[in-house]
Ligand binder design. Structure first.
Ligand code: KIV
Ligand code: NA
Length: 263
């Protein structure tokens, strides 16, 4: 078994091969996803919504994320472990470095941060210290109250260009990976073409390097509202692991996302 590293993701981008990512919060389901071939597991602050039942990710604490990171780290073997920094971990550089350090000690291998071009300094300081960073752009759920809801971002030409520019700035600052959430398909492609770093999409169309979904969404577990970019992979499968395998295969064969999942 060869472990997934940043080099694996870079190699996928270079070969034009898609890689698969899923959120994970506990050891058992992390093991299922890892065994199914999922390349990257994310301990997302979406745990505030799918595990804790909150209406947003804002109440999630560093300790919540640290705890779930230790759980997932024990369950996985091959997959790369990406972990979210919670709301306000970017209050200042000192806090950012300490919080990221704590998550790295808990087992994180890649730290994901929401934020635009202004996060460049923080990303540079983390990268200098050996902490690889994924910069999350587009719909950034920690800003839900500022954005006025969970809405598609980058629809107007100037907003689309700003996302491309921010991605370039953050990759120049050291970001190893970009994650794009809820943007028009053309913006996903533009960012993918503009940066050398691998680009992961969720609701960003098929023309990016990797795809991610919230694990519960791939199993049809939701509270009623199902976003357009989601697919339930459980129907017709005999187990959760085979549903994850179906998702992995759909991503790698570029059958997912399809036209109906795009903005
Ligand atoms: O917290 C999360 O699950 C995420 C993904 C939706 C990308 O940030
Ligand atoms: Na998140």
């Amino acid at each position: 078994m060869k472990r997934v590293t940043l080099d694996t993701l870079r190699d996928c981008k270079a070969r034009g091969a898609a890689f698969s990512c899923l959120t994970a919060y506990d050891a058992t389901l992390a093991r299922c996803a890892d065994t199914a071939g999922i390349d990257v597991l994310l301990v997302g602050d979406s745990l505030g919504m799918v595990l804790q039942g909150h209406a947003s990710t804002l109440p999630v604490t560093l300790e919540d994320i640290r705890y779930h990171t230790t759980c997932v780290a024990r369950g996985k073997q091959r997959s790369l472990l990406m972990v979210d920094l919670p709301f306000m971990s970017n209050a200042d550089i000192g806090q950012l470095l300490r919080d990221a350090g704590e998550l790295m000690r808990a087992g994180a291998e890649l730290i994901k941060i929401e934020g635009e071009a202004w996060m460049a300094d923080g990303i540079r300081e983390l990268t200098r210290r050996g902490v690889p960073v994924c910069a999350h752009l587009g719909l950034t759920p920690q800003s839900v109250h500022q954005l006025g809801g969970f809405k598609v971002q980058g629809k107007a030409a100037d907003a689309a260009q700003r996302i491309v520019d921010d991605a370039q700035r953050l990759v120049e600052a050291g970001a190893a990976v970009i994650l794009l959430e809820c943007v028009p398909r053309a913006v996903g492609k533009a960012v993918r073409d503009a940066v050398a770093a691998p680009v992961i999409g969720i609701g960003a169309g098929p023309d990016v390097d990797g795809q991610i979904l919230v694990m519960h969404d791939t199993l049809g577990l939701n509270s009623g509202y199902v976003p357009r970019f989601v697919q339930n992979f459980l129907p017709g499968q005999e187990s959760i692991e085979s549903a994850f395998r179906a998702y992995d295969e759909a991503v790698k064969s570029r059958r997912f996302p399809a036209e109906e999942h795009c903005f």
